[in-house]
Design a protein around this ligand. Structure first.
Ligand SMILES: [Zn+2]
Length: 158
């Protein structure tokens, strides 16, 4: 299941990546280009733009009518039935690349002293090379994903 988010949905795109969903996002892109990528790569369009939505509604695009971040995220999870499909923290938040586990030894030169001292589990983005570790930020993200799912999964949408 792959997505492309319109340029108003940067935060949504970031969080979908945190949940492990393949999500493209560009800060600035023409509607025509978004549509072309969506077709070519078979991505579902997420948009808060009614005109863009109208052009893609027959391709299972989702129009996000609510303004609130959590409501939008909830809508997406219900619409595409994502609750049991997430793989939190398996994808790069910056570029959408997949993360692979790496040995501490491989990145030890790149780490700051404290990171070197306190952390042992590392992953690297296959696309941009960014290194991730299980620090506070990681733990907060993981907590967010599990709490979000627990909060929203049981609600039935009519
Ligand atoms: Zn990356």
């Amino acid at each position: 299941m792959k997505f492309i988010a319109d340029c108003h949905l940067g935060k949504i795109a970031k969080y979908l990546r945190i949940f492990g969903f393949d999500t493209l996002y560009f800060q600035s892109i023409d509607d025509d280009d978004i549509i072309e990528i969506a077709h070519k790569e078979q991505r579902f369009l997420l948009t808060s733009d009614k005109i863009l939505y109208e052009r893609m509604k027959h391709h299972n695009a989702l129009y996000l009518a609510h303004a609130g971040f959590e409501e939008q995220l909830r809508e997406i999870f219900h619409h595409y039935k994502l609750f049991d499909k997430s793989k939190p923290l398996s994808r790069c938040i910056k570029c959408n690349g997949e993360l692979e586990k790496i040995e501490k030894q491989e990145v030890i030169e790149e780490l700051k002293t404290k990171t070197k001292k306190y952390f042992d589990t590392f992953a690297r983005c296959r696309e941009c090379g960014r290194v991730y570790w299980h620090g506070d930020h990681y733990k907060n993200m993981l907590k967010f994903t599990s709490e979000f799912i627990a909060r929203n999964k049981k609600e039935t949408k009519f």
